[in-house]
Design a protein around this ligand. Structure first.
Ligand code: ADP
Ligand code: NA
Length: 329
């Protein structure tokens, strides 16, 4: 059976971007593959996280994943730091990956900003840890948003170099699964930047925990241009904010942007935004409610995550042990 792996950082409240670009696509894979999903706290500390907040956000992220439809009975759901094999294999990969490869990673440049010298070494080698996450399960399919494509190419380079240098056929080739019209949801304040839970401005994103009024307010204030909506796709060219809002409505109502334009073309943003806000509220409110219910019983959540970690270790440990042997440890 195909083995699928994906992860999400507990570095803030999950956003609409995380939901449409990643989490929502993880749900059906539970029944089509052996699905392994992970709250990647080791990745989160590549930038500063307050310890108590990290603990809280890790639980909150797990609750969000379950509320969005991940079922700990039908997938393996766990916290990255609970399975030591990730960090161990990541160290081996630090010694396989080349600096030149890491220098090409655009996410590091985006996240480190102008002050690269002051960013953590962990942020720089983040893609090596991501390669370890996937390869310590010999997973071959990775459902991610469009922003992670470059990291998956690097993971394949690492796997190939490891196999080549040690003369083994050990690590498989990984394929990204990038799905749907919302593979890249953009910021509500700047149509050229992706929506991110770690963006300093809360107005730039819809959080899965936002209440109905907050969602409506954020959509109302979302940046747009003065033109009405076009009735065909070509009319969205050079209008990143309009394209983004149309893409979001299409994704949330399970249709194509073309169909959204056929229905709403000619409309001003006032009317369109109110339709969009209503659709978002209808879709996201049940998720927020379920998250709240799950977070009321942290003991049950923690024990589900511990069972998940045990199941994950049962797959990861033998693969890590074999990697150790291959290296000569
Ligand atoms: P973030 O950048 O919000 O902190 P993560 O790095 O934790 O998100 O990524 C978790 C998953 O969510 C990844 O698969 C990533 O590709 C996806 N993702 C993150 N932001 C977006 C977005 N704006 N649009 C679509 N997918 C996204
Ligand atoms: Na990301």
């Amino acid at each position: 059976m195909t083995r699928v792996f994906s992860g999400i950082q507990p570095s803030g409240v999950p956003t609409l971007g995380n939901y449409l670009g990643a989490i929502r696509n993880w749900v059906p894979l539970q029944d089509q593959a052996e699905a392994i999903y992970c709250v990647v706290d080791l990745h989160a500390i590549t930038v500063w996280q307050d310890p108590a907040e990290l603990t809280r956000q890790t639980r909150e992220m797990a609750a969000a994943l379950i509320a969005c439809g991940l079922d700990p009975q039908r997938c393996i759901l766990f916290v990255q730091s609970h399975v030591r094999a990730h960090a161990e294999l990541a160290w081996i990969f630090n010694c396989v990956a080349r600096l030149g490869w890491l220098n090409r990673m655009t996410q590091f440049k985006d996240k480190a900003g102008k002050n690269q010298e002051a960013s953590s070494a962990g942020l720089y080698v983040y893609p090596n840890l991501m390669a370890a996450d996937i390869l310590t399960y010999h997973a071959t399919k990775v459902p991610v948003g469009d922003d992670q494509k470059q990291h998956l190419e690097l993971a394949n380079d690492i796997a190939q170099k490891f196999n080549h240098d040690y003369g083994v056929e050990f690590f498989p080739t990984i394929e990204p699964l990038i799905q749907g019209v919302a593979a890249r949801v953009m910021s509500l304040r700047d149509g050229t930047k992706k929506m991110s839970k770690s963006d300093p401005s809360d107005q730039s994103r819809i959080n899965l925990t936002d209440d109905a009024d907050t969602i409506a307010m954020k959509i109302r204030r979302a940046k747009t241009d003065p033109e009405p909506l076009p009735d065909h796709m070509a009319g969205l060219e050079n209008r990143p904010e309009a394209r983004n809002l149309v893409g979001i409505l299409a994704a949330i109502t399970n249709t194509l942007p073309e169909n959204v334009l056929r229905e709403h073309g000619g409309q001003g943003f006032g009317a369109f935004k109110s339709t969009l806000a209503d659709a978002l509220v209808a879709h996201l409110q049940p998720i927020a409610g379920e998250m709240k219910r799950l977070l009321d019983d942290p003991g049950a959540l923690d024990s589900a995550l511990h069972v998940g970690a045990e199941r994950a270790r049962a797959i990861a440990e033998p693969i890590a042990a074999r990697a150790r042997e291959i290296v000569g440890f």
